[in-house]
Design a protein around this ligand. Structure first.
Ligand SMILES: [Zn+2]
Length: 136
């Protein structure tokens, strides 16, 4: 079992960062790219709640498609090396995900990962990858 602390993004209200952490999103444990379906980002709470089950389902499908497509952007060797490391996040991913409020407690005792999280900016430097499928 892996333990990941998921907390809010420090100062998010002062940025133009487009992510809704109260809705489904995905992050890559190898490179730290973050994805959230545009539907999840753009719908107001009122719009979302009007048909939440449908929107949750649509976002889940799009997120799954992103995961499958993104996984192919890494070589088999990268996947194997990451699995062999036994880590929750690579140091690169830990650096990028920590500002999004995602911290692996299991990796925090490894010097390389701990240093990456310590040196990570307090606010995300990369915006969220998203797509538009015409559902909005
Ligand atoms: Zn990746």
């Amino acid at each position: 079992m892996r333990v990941v602390l998921d907390h809010s993004i420090v100062g998010q209200s002062f940025t133009s960062l487009s992510i809704r952490k109260d809705r489904e999103f995905a992050g890559c444990a190898i490179c730290g790219r973050v994805f959230q379906a545009r539907l999840a980002i753009e719908l107001s709470d009122g719009e979302w709640n009007a048909d939440a089950l449908l929107f949750e389902h649509a976002v889940a499908i799009e997120t799954k498609e992103w995961r499958e497509r993104h996984n192919k952007s890494h070589t088999q060797r990268e996947h194997e090396a990451f699995r062999a490391s036994g880590r929750t996040f690579s140091p690169e991913a830990a650096y990028k995900l920590a500002p999004f409020g995602l911290v692996s407690l299991d990796d925090a005792q490894e010097d390389e990962v701990a240093a990456a999280m310590l040196e990570a900016p307090r606010a995300p430097s990369d915006d969220v990858e998203t797509t538009l499928k015409g559902w909005v």
